[in-house]
Write a protein that binds this ligand. Structure first.
Ligand code: PPS
Length: 563
């Protein structure tokens, strides 16, 4: 890699510069161009700054990049399996010159580092994909960091760190590689196996880890595999909290927990090799390799691909310094009540699927499957339907009876008192949330998308949202459903009262005005209403009283176990 002579030498523990230099860089940075990092890029920068990516001291330059693609080595011969480059837009790259300094910032604009640009180039993404995934690979950017950049350009060069990215969650277990290595030394741990998993771990995993620890003579460093996009989601917190509980089932001297900004790149064997290098930098000597194939019931874990993968990692053991240990398959021995190793049983991951299944059905999880502490954490996230949040989305023409039905449901659900209930009637929303919007197609869609967003926040926090907009278009109804279903139930109720009946009622006199041409673009008169194709319920209020209509909805909710 190319270095600028005037740059200070880098520290083995971090790429953060001395505070005086950091101050100087901040002053100078007003004249630098800026790159704002996406969540994946932030993880990469943190891994560079804390030296989890040692020996890299910046983003790869072109020569190193090409050498990594062709030989899995930096140009000085050091093993390095995957390119770590900074992807930028073509527009940004076009105005940049080699030798220039760039301020590297987080999404809020806070400066984290300065990159002295040594190389700027347009990567051949097809060649990159083939080098990493083999000749069949397609040409999409292989690196998740480049998502959303269209046709990215890469910039490489040395990095001077000013600050680590801000993290506010679980700060007590976010140790840098140097801190982890020091803690191993203090505790006298000489052999440690890194265990990363993207799902909560249970009793079968515990039994397997205990057995491996005994056989290999290792302690354990447990890390939940976090997704950069997950930081604001419930899953993120519940995964980490379940890991805390799981770690506590081991003797203190044997296992510790740490969060790393590492994210899984889905880059096949090369990705696993990079994980080995990173684990070595955290001071580990071993790493557990899960069978990446899909968990299928009754499937023997040791597929040929998996064995080849383990052998391949073993071939690079000298250079990575990491012993790769294959996942074992464990089954419960009914006679002893203990887990025993099996060559033909099912993967531990299946146990997790079973646990989630039981929790969401509201059924008890048997003692032998998991730990009380882990289950307590998970049961806050994986709830049965009657404890999850839910949205009742009433759609239909003006005057169809949506508001009346919504009000009756609001009262009935409050009477049940199982969850907090919020009424988002069309009028309430138009007054408080969408007062500037017209009744154009674009604005109606925007209005309904906003309602979907508010409803999803309510559902995320376990409440009931009753929405009653006209919502005449399928696209925004679908968006609202997608936003909500990420967190809970969505019941679409088409209030299908025919136009003639709505017009006969005409309580607001709005149809009369529309027919007289005073109001233009009235839904059903001279503006479309696209009927929902597959609503959960269809209710025509011209044939039912409000109480009867509400009764139908409540029956549906009961039948589908929402209440
Ligand atoms: S939308 O299409 O979902 O954004 O509409 P919504 O927010 O539910 O607003 C509908 C209420 O606005 C009044 N109104 C109109 N409706 C339809 N078309 C036009 N052009 C229009 N102009 C005003 C109407 O009274 C609706 O109230 P409800 O309660 O549905 O009768």
């Amino acid at each position: 890699m190319q270095y600028t002579d005037s740059l200070p030498a880098h520290d083995a523990e971090s790429l953060l510069v001395h505070p005086r230099r950091a101050e100087l860089l901040k002053e100078q940075a007003t004249g630098f161009k800026s790159v704002n990092l996406n969540p994946c890029q932030l993880c990469d920068l943190e891994m560079l700054l804390n030296r989890a990516f040692h020996p890299l001291d910046g983003y790869l330059g072109r020569k190193d990049y090409e050498s990594v693609l062709s030989d899995m080595r930096l140009s000085d011969g050091t093993l390095w399996p995957l390119p770590i480059c900074l992807g930028v837009s073509a527009e940004f790259a076009a105005n940049l010159e080699e030798g220039e300094c760039v301020a590297v910032r987080d999404a809020e604009g806070f400066m984290l580092a300065v990159l002295t640009v040594s190389d700027i180039w347009k990567p051949d993404l097809a060649a990159e994909a083939r080098a990493i995934h083999g000749p069949e690979a397609r040409r999409e950017p292989v690196d998740a960091c480049c998502c959303g950049l269209g046709e990215p350009w890469y910039i490489g060069g040395r990095v001077e760190g000013v600050s680590y990215p801000q993290r506010y969650d679980f700060t007590d277990i976010r140790l840098t590689p140097a801190e982890v290595r020091r803690s191993f030394a203090q505790k006298g741990r000489r052999k440690v196996m890194a265990v990363q998993a993207g799902r909560p771990l249970h009793r079968a995993d515990r039994a397997m880890l205990e057995e491996i620890a005994r056989e290999q003579g290792v302690d354990l460093l447990l890390s939940p595999q976090l997704r950069p996009s997950m930081y604001f989601s419930v899953d993120h917190f519940s995964l980490v909290r379940s890991f805390r509980q799981f770690t506590e089932t081991f003797p203190r001297s044997m296992a510790s927990l740490n969060l790393t900004p590492w994210f899984e790149r889905r880059m096949g064997p090369r990705g696993a090799l990079l994980r080995a290098v990173v684990n070595r930098n955290y001071g580990c000597t071993h790493m557990l390799v899960w069978d990446g194939a899909k968990a299928e019931p009754r499937r023997n874990i040791l597929s040929e691909d998996y064995e080849a993968h383990i052998r391949w990692l073993a071939d690079h053991r000298e250079e990575t310094g990491i012993v790769s240990v294959a996942e074992h398959c464990m089954v419960l021995d009914p006679a002893s009540g203990k887990y025993v190793r099996s060559e033909t049983g099912v993967r531990c991951a299946n146990d997790h699927n079973a646990v989630v299944d039981l929790l969401t059905r509201g059924e008890p999880v048997p003692e032998w499957m998991s730990f009380p502490g882990v289950l307590e954490e998970l049961s806050r996230t994986y709830k049965p339907r009657w404890k999850q949040g839910i949205t009742l989305f009433l759609t239909g023409l003006s005057g169809a009876g949506k508001s009346t039905l919504a009000k009756v449901l609001f009262v009935k659900l409050l009477e049940l008192n199982s969850r907090p209930v919020t009424l988002l009637d069309g009028d309430i929303v138009r007054t408080n949330l969408s007062s500037e919007l017209s009744f154009s197609r674009e604005h109606r869609n925007l209005n309904v998308t906003r309602i979907g967003f508010v409803a999803s926040e309510i559902v995320k926090n376990g409440g009931v949202a009753i929405c009653a907009p006209i919502a005449p278009y399928a696209e925004s109804r679908r968006q609202a459903r997608e936003a909500v279903e990420e967190y809970g139930g969505f019941v679409e109720i088409h209030v299908s009262t025919p136009l003639a009946a709505c017009e006969r009622r005409d309580r607001k006199g709005i149809y009369a005005k529309a027919r007289a041409g005073i109001i233009k673009g009235m839904t059903g008169v001279d503006d479309p209403y696209v009927e929902p194709e597959n609503p959960e319920l269809r209710i025509d209020t011209s044939e039912l009283s409000p109480d009867e209509a509400a009764h139908e909805v409540l029956l549906y909710l009961r039948e589908h176990r929402f209440i």
